[in-house]
Unconditional design. Structure first.
Length: 230
């Protein structure tokens, strides 16, 4: 069974927890796109939901499937966000932001009563950090922020290159107009200390550590699905 099959399994299982009248947050990335596909099929059958997307790409996909959309200004409180993860551990600490939507994803997730993560089995790890941690920064003074980021990482025992994300030969820009530095630490021994420290850097808008936010996870496996709770 491929990773794509496992993602689809997780998305289908997540849909079982979606009920008529719910206000949903839609995450970004390939696994979230699977969920949007199966959700769209249910909406076509008559399911009544309203959704807040976390990226322009997901918004376009949802509109194409006829899924009703709103903004957080319209719906400041959501029932459930369904989103993927680049990595998650057994305590439901996450690394997200591989697609560059980490800021909106975190805003939407924290506006929700619950966050359900869906992923294939490869995303479930013992220790976070094999996937490079994205850190979103403002363009102004980015070189200063970069140097502060490297220094802070060393102070927290994180080693590995910190690189500016590029796209088509130019710096990658998020939907909010920010840059992303990818931190290839290999292992993050204490995410609970690193996350708040990153938030303390003036140039950092947000980072991809999602701590104490996810309330459950559905992992697609060869044999079916596994449900994790904190």
């Amino acid at each position: 069974m491929t990773a794509a099959d496992q993602k689809l399994r997780a998305a289908q299982r997540a849909l079982e927890d979606v009920h008529d009248g719910m206000r949903l947050g839609l995450g970004s990335g390939s696994t979230s796109a699977c969920f949007v596909d199966v959700l769209g099929a249910r909406v076509a059958e008559g399911l009544n939901v309203v959704c807040v997307p976390t990226s322009e790409v997901i918004a376009e996909q949802a509109r194409g499937l006829g899924i009703p959309l709103a903004t957080l200004d319209d719906l400041p409180e959501l029932d459930l966000t369904v989103d993927g993860a680049d990595e998650l551990d057994s305590g439901l600490a996450l690394i997200k932001g591989g697609g560059g939507a980490l800021l909106r994803e975190k805003i939407v997730a924290t506006a929700s009563k619950a966050m359900m993560v869906i992923a294939d089995a490869s995303k479930h790890v013992q220790t976070l950090g094999q996937f490079a941690l994205p850190v979103e920064v403002v363009p102004f003074g980015a070189e200063v922020t970069f140097r502060q980021l490297e220094s802070l990482a060393r102070d927290h025992g994180c080693q590995g290159p910190v690189t500016l994300r590029m796209h088509n030969g130019k710096p990658f820009m998020t939907d909010g107009g920010h840059l992303i530095y990818d931190c290839a630490f290999g292992e993050i021994a204490d995410p609970g200390a690193l996350g708040p420290a990153l938030n303390g850097l003036p140039g950092v808008v947000e980072h991809g550590l999602f701590l104490s936010i996810a309330t459950s996870a559905i992992i697609g496996t060869e044999d079916g699905t596994v449900i994790l709770t904190p």
